[in-house]
Ligand binder design. Structure first.
Ligand SMILES: Cc1cc2nc3c(=O)[nH]c(=O)nc-3n(C[C@H](O)[C@H](O)[C@H](O)COP(=O)(O)O)c2cc1C
Length: 155
């Protein structure tokens, strides 16, 4: 399957999970590209006044994994805006990934996933699953391994 993993990752956490997921999906025989959304001139943490720069086109993918950080108990506004500006995700199978610092999914992760699912479905996507990675040192390894096994198993 031709799979696009598309992330916005300001400090590299989500990107590192995406890279590991790519390796796993590659091993399973999929054709996987990892692309990053970016903003013009970089971005200060939490800044909401940004302009999107690189906005990967998704037309060539059969399936997608979309990922980003939790910011202020919500989906990163950069990924939100990127998803809002997409034309269509019709007939795409989509999985969602977020990383967060606080220890429990209810501290932003669940809400961010709900927002991402809603945006994807509003563009016609079929959302097949979602995973939350907790970046706190004590949980990082376990939640990363669980997320990768789960997400890779969806395709
Ligand atoms: C402005 C800002 C707000 C954040 N808000 C939350 C939050 O509400 N809940 C949480 O668990 N983590 C929060 N975090 C932590 C990030 O979600 C976490 O560090 C994430 O893994 C960063 O991913 P990235 O390096 O891919 O951008 C916040 C970080 C920033 C910079």
């Amino acid at each position: 399957m031709k799979i696009g993993i598309v992330v916005y990752s300001q400090t590299g956490h989500t990107l590192s999970v995406a890279e590991e997921l790519k390796r796993k999906l590659d091993e399973a025989g999929h054709s996987v590209s990892l692309e990053q959304v970016s903003v013009v001139g970089g971005r200060k943490q939490g800044d909401r006044a940004f302009e999107l720069d690189v906005t990967p086109g998704l037309g060539s993918y059969e399936a997608l994994v979309l990922g980003s950080a939790v910011e202020a108990f919500s989906l990163s506004p950069v990924l939100s805006r990127y998803l809002e500006q997409l034309d269509s995700l019709q007939e795409k199978r989509v999985a969602c990934l977020v990383t967060q610092q606080f220890p429990y999914p209810w501290m932003g992760g669940n809400r961010a996933i709900r927002q991402m699912v809603k945006l994807c479905e509003s563009k016609g996507a079929s959302v097949c699953g979602a995973a939350i990675v907790n970046w706190a040192q004590s949980r990082r390894e376990t939640t990363t391994a669980q997320a990768i096994a789960y997400l890779a198993g969806l395709f």
